[in-house]
Design a protein around this ligand. Structure first.
Ligand code: GLA
Length: 399
């Protein structure tokens, strides 16, 4: 972007919006305590559109909510699975494109092809994102058995995780936010304790999608909530994400066995295809990683505050996405299991590596690995977690 055009844009949007347009990295979004609240960003009340998303196979009504901001950025969220179904963001020419994988109505999320491949597009994952070895753990002297829905392991909350239930939605127009609540019964999918979870999606005028999670329980349990959006910043113009440049603020990752369960070793990425400490095209070394990327990275900044975790740039469209989180880890998944059997919004067929996920989280199998940061939640405590996906376009200096 030329200097004159940039100055004009700065004058138009004010300093607050400048980061999102110039694409400067490293500026952490606003946060109040560990719970990043929707009110942190003052902005005029925006209308939140609500429409029918169709019925579930079981006959339950679902709804779609649309958040829009002053720049025309738009986020659609379904109350089925508290799922992000679409995110429209501008490219360097100002043209809006949908940068996530998803469907235009409920039926897509329950089609036989979708259920068979189980990609969890855009969904809220719970009560435990990622794997728990052999689907069991011992807590306060008692062993709990969970569903083993991923070979011999438990994955993403079990057979009917938080991605497959209808949440109660509450639009918060003053904050340009949508709050969703789900009460998971004691014993559901084998977990102890009735767990009440909320997910609040806020769209700011800095082109940030903020996701704030909170949960309370009536018995000691494990909680690890995340969002499973798949991004393709080319908005479907490129049929895979291999040319996207990725930076991860992580020097180590959790080494896994052949069933993708951590061995306990945190290995340095330096000098290996796992190294994204400097921007690298996702595809440049992917062939050297058996099966592709599906690994939990250990964020270098171990504080619980909102901190920079990742940056992704798609060179052709100029779109950039920065990820900030309060979590200690991030699962980088390069869409290895997408196999062309699913066609989604915009009539796009999702082949291998069509999208990538960056799932902010605690480490996989923490319930069985006491040396990892804990995922235990006790009665009287509140689980809190926040993640921000900030969109912008690449500054010409950075191209
Ligand atoms: C996570 C897992 C992957 C896969 C996807 C969904 O990213 O780590 O192995 O299960 O979810 O297909």
């Amino acid at each position: 972007m030329g200097l004159q055009k940039k100055l004009l844009l700065l004058a138009l949007v004010g300093i607050a919006g400048a980061t999102s347009l110039t694409g400067c990295s490293g500026d952490t979004p606003k946060q109040e305590g560990t719970e990043m609240t929707a009110t942190a960003n003052e902005q005029p009340t925006m209308e939140i559109k609500q429409e029918s998303f169709g019925k579930t196979k079981e006959g339950q009504e679902t709804n779609l909510y649309t958040l829009t901001n002053e720049h025309g950025m738009q986020v659609k969220i379904s109350d089925y699975g508290a799922t992000v179904t679409s995110i429209l963001v501008p490219d360097k020419e100002g043209k809006l494109g949908n940068v996530v994988l998803g469907f235009d109505d409920q039926s897509g999320y329950q089609s036989p092809a979708y259920l068979k491949s189980g990609p969890y597009f855009g969904a809220t994952i719970g009560r435990y994102g990622n794997r728990i070895a052999k689907g069991k753990f011992t807590l306060e002297g008692q062993e709990y058995k969970l569903a083993t829905n991923n070979g011999t392991n438990h994955l993403h909350g079990g057979n009917k995780g938080f991605d497959k239930v209808v949440w109660q939605a509450e639009p918060l127009p003053k904050q340009n936010a949508l709050k969703l609540t789900y009460v998971s019964a004691d014993g559901e999918e084998g977990y102890p304790g009735q767990l009440t979870s909320t997910v609040t999606y806020t769209l700011t005028n800095d082109n940030e999608l903020k996701i704030a999670y909170a949960a309370t329980t009536d018995k000691t349990t494990h909680v690890n909530l995340t969002n499973h959006s798949y991004f393709n910043l080319a908005a479907g113009e490129a049929k895979d994400i291999l040319n996207h440049n990725l930076t991860l603020n992580a020097e180590r990752y959790t080494v896994v066995d052949e069933t993708l369960i951590p061995t306990g070793e945190l290995r340095n990425v330096s000098g290996t295809p796992m190294d994204f400490t400097k921007p690298q095209p996702i595809g440049s070394r992917i062939k050297e990683v058996p099966g592709g990327y599906d690994h939990n990275y250990v964020l270098t900044d171990t504080s619980k505050k909102l901190k920079h975790a990742a940056t992704v740039v798609e060179p052709a469209s100029g779109r950039m996405m920065e990820v900030f989180t309060t979590e200690p880890g991030i699962q980088f998944y390069s869409g290895n299991f997408l196999d062309g059997t699913i066609t989604g919004s915009g009539n796009n067929t999702y082949g291998k590596h069509y999208g990538f996920a960056l799932e902010t989280q605690h480490f996989p199998d923490t319930p069985n690995q006491p040396q990892f940061p804990t995922t235990v939640l006790k009665p009287g405590e509140t689980y809190e977690s926040a993640t921000v996906y900030r969109f912008s376009v690449l500054d010409s200096k950075q191209e």
